[in-house]
Design a protein around this ligand. Structure first.
Ligand code: GH3
Ligand code: MG
Ligand code: MG
Length: 344
């Protein structure tokens, strides 16, 4: 019996020791929980992002220092209040509508808006809103808002700079015409379209005559002025769908879809005619031009451009201020070869 009693006392002692251990563990856990809650609260309060929590009636149950400082309100002034009590009607309506959407869907959603700070400076914000269950089981809505004014400003400046770069790469700054890069990429496309649809495509190449002399005699500015005049004349002689480009220096190209050689020669004549009637300093502004058309099979757009170039140089050799059609140029070459063969 005595021996049995001594066993019970030992068991009791063990239970007490376990209890003491369990209580110590519990109090340690509670301490850790409190410490981590404290840490989280400090992070929330001091976050540079504004954070807030509203209950299922849209009343603020929490907001951090950044929220209070941005709106210039006390750190508890809005607790228990809803948006329609603290914001102007338009803003309040927008926030309430967003909250409803998030509460009903249970999804995390992103919103952008603009508000003025306490000093009247406009800021742009990105807000993420989501729902969660509070300790009492009620649905709460939380929001994290980042000030993206600077980020958006930088992104917009970058987009604007890219647009400018793109424009510089595609538009000749002096004449406002397309650049060689645009001409070549469009020539490739139009050549394929013309081939597939069995439609003619013409290229008209023009080079200002004696341009070096103009620069030397009247200065670079006078040369630039002549380039602008020709650019303007070419634009006025083209039609919608034509690609008119400054290919470099004083050389210009017109890509004329759905245009046969005869019609392309008419465009060239029109340009020459307008230039003859345009006073441009003491030197007449004339061009030599070459026309090539796809009506006869050509290998590629590059070949077509080469033919127009040959024709343009034939116009230079023939005395400038004229247009030569590549087909006629070749026919001329053949007949001159024939006559020299007959003579020999
Ligand atoms: P040709 O009648 O045989 O075509 O002779 P040209 O004097 O017109 O041609 P050349 O190729 O000998 O000279 C072209 C000149 O164009 C040389 C270059 O200094 C000038 N030039 C090129 N780009 C520009 C520009 O943007 N502005 C000005 N003002 N001149 C330019
Ligand atoms: Mg020239
Ligand atoms: Mg030239």
């Amino acid at each position: 019996m005595l021996a049995g009693m001594s066993v019970d006392v030992t068991r009791q002692t063990i239970h007490e020791a376990e209890l003491v251990d369990a209580l110590r563990d519990k109090s340690e856990l509670a301490g850790q929980l409190e410490a981590s809650q404290h840490l989280l609260q400090k992070f929330m309060e001091n976050s540079p992002n504004t954070t807030f929590v509203k209950d299922d009636h849209g009343r603020y149950v929490f907001y951090n220092y950044s929220f209070a400082d941005h709106l210039g309100i006390g750190r508890t002034a809005w607790i228990g209040k809803s948006d329609d009590e603290v914001f102007p009607k338009d803003a309040a309506d927008a926030y309430i509508a967003q909250d409803l959407l998030v509460m009903e869907s249970g999804q995390t959603m992103e919103f952008f808006d603009e508000t003025k700070d306490a000093q009247g400076v406009l800021h742009r914000f990105r807000t993420l809103k989501f729902t969660y269950k509070g300790l009492d089981g009620r649905k709460l809505l939380a929001g994290v808002t980042a000030d993206v004014t600077e980020q958006l400003r930088r992104e917009e400046a970058l987009a604007e700079a890219n647009l400018k770069l793109e424009a510089q790469a595609t538009t000749d700054s002096l004449t406002g015409l397309a650049t060689r890069r645009v001409f070549e990429s469009r020539a490739e496309i139009e050549f394929e379209v013309a081939k597939r649809k069995h439609r003619p495509l013409s290229i008209l190449l023009l080079d200002i005559d004696n341009f070096k002399l103009r620069n030397d005699e009247y200065g670079h500015a006078a040369g630039d002025e002549a380039l602008k005049v020709l650019g303007f004349v070419l634009k006025s002689c083209g039609r919608i769908g034509d690609v008119i480009a400054r290919l470099g220096g004083e050389e210009f190209g017109c890509l004329l879809p759905d245009t046969d050689a005869e019609a392309a020669m008419t465009v060239a004549d029109r340009v020459q005619g307008v230039l003859r009637g345009t006073a441009q300093g003491e030197l007449p502004l004339t061009v030599s031009a070459g026309v090539a058309c796809t009506t006869k099979p050509k290998h590629s757009w590059e070949h077509l451009l080469g033919c127009a170039d040959d024709a343009m140089y034939a116009a230079k050799r023939a005395g400038k201020d004229r247009t030569v059609h590549h087909g006629d140029h070749i026919a001329g070459l053949i007949s001159s070869m024939d006559s020299s063969a007959m003579l020999s």
